[in-house]
Design a protein. Sequence first.
Length: 220
Amino acid sequence: MILKKGRGQHTKYTPYAFTRNGIGMLSSVLRSETAVGVNILIMRAFTAIPQIVNQNVQVVQRIFNIEQHQMETDEKIEMIIDKIEEIAPKQLPEQIFQTGCVWDAWTFVSDLVRSAKDRIVLIDNFVDDRVLSLLDKRSDGVSATIHTRYSEPFLTDLKKHNEQYPAIDFVQLPHKNHDRFLIIDNKVHLLGASIKDMGAGLCAVTELQTSPETILDLLK
């Protein structure tokens, strides 16, 4: 069979294509070597096309199944994360550590340091190399400044630290301060003890409503 154009039914019009049956009919008419070879190739093409289409359908179906499975997996992961966040302990605005809870206090302050997005400012009369290690837990791009009293051993530690790790700035306190403060971005935390001593005795960490700039201005 020959598919023809819509105008009339006369053979003078060029056909669009041969159907599989048309190829079979053509092979019974044309007997030349070239015609037979072309006929074989065309028949192979007609045979291969359904296989190719079927294979593509299978591939598309497999991809669809994989995407569907991935969506279901993502939903389950989100449910698990939501559940973990529900039962996970939250950072409270006030946290009290009893004597001997050194690790709990250190972990709490470490989490505060990790939460910083822009800056960390520590105001503490007594600072040592342990505090430098703690501030190294901050994210890349977060600045760190320590306001403390002058100490030759601390400045030596700070110099060696800054030669290897992201720099921590030092500001000399103009006078002795009784309380310690830890500024994380735009929040101020009142520390009941120096960071290096937290948990050794009963102490607390309290989030204040005061702005960081207020505290920093009072240092001058």
